[in-house]
Ligand binder design. Sequence first.
Ligand SMILES: [Zn+2]
Length: 146
Amino acid sequence: MSRGRFCSAINCLDGRVQLPVIRYLQRRFRADHVDMITEPGPVRILADPRERSRRAAIQARLEISVHRHGSVGIALVAHADCAGNPVRDAEQRRQLAAGVAELRRRHGRLPVIGLWVDARGRVVDVTQERIGRSARRAVHSRAAST
Ligand SMILES: [Zn+2]
C-alpha cells in the first residue's frame, strides 16, 4: 500500500460526521489519509475520570497513528445531537477545549485542533476561532498603545 501523508482524528462513531471530518482534515493538514479513532462522544470520555480504560485505548491508537504513520496533526471532534454525549452544546464545547489542551500537553510538537460539526454537517475549528479572537485583541491593544 502507498504511504502518503497521514493525520489523526479522535472522532465520534456517528456516521453523519465521518465524511465531513475526513474532507475537512484532508484539506486542513494536506493529508492523503485520516486515521480515524472513533468512540461514542469522545470528548465526554476524555473528560470523565471514570473512563480511564477507554481513554488509554484512545491514547494507544493515537500513538500508532503518530509514531507508525508519522501523523502531521491531530483533531479532536465533537458534534451537535451526539447520542454518546447527550449534554448541551456549550458543555460539549467546554469538554472539547479541555480535551484539546490535554492532547497539546501530550503531543506538543504536533498541531492539535478542536473541531465542532454543527447540525448541518459544517465543520468549524473552534480552537482557531479562539486563537483568531485573541490575536485580533492583541493587534488592537498593540495599536492602542502606539
Ligand atoms: Zn456523537
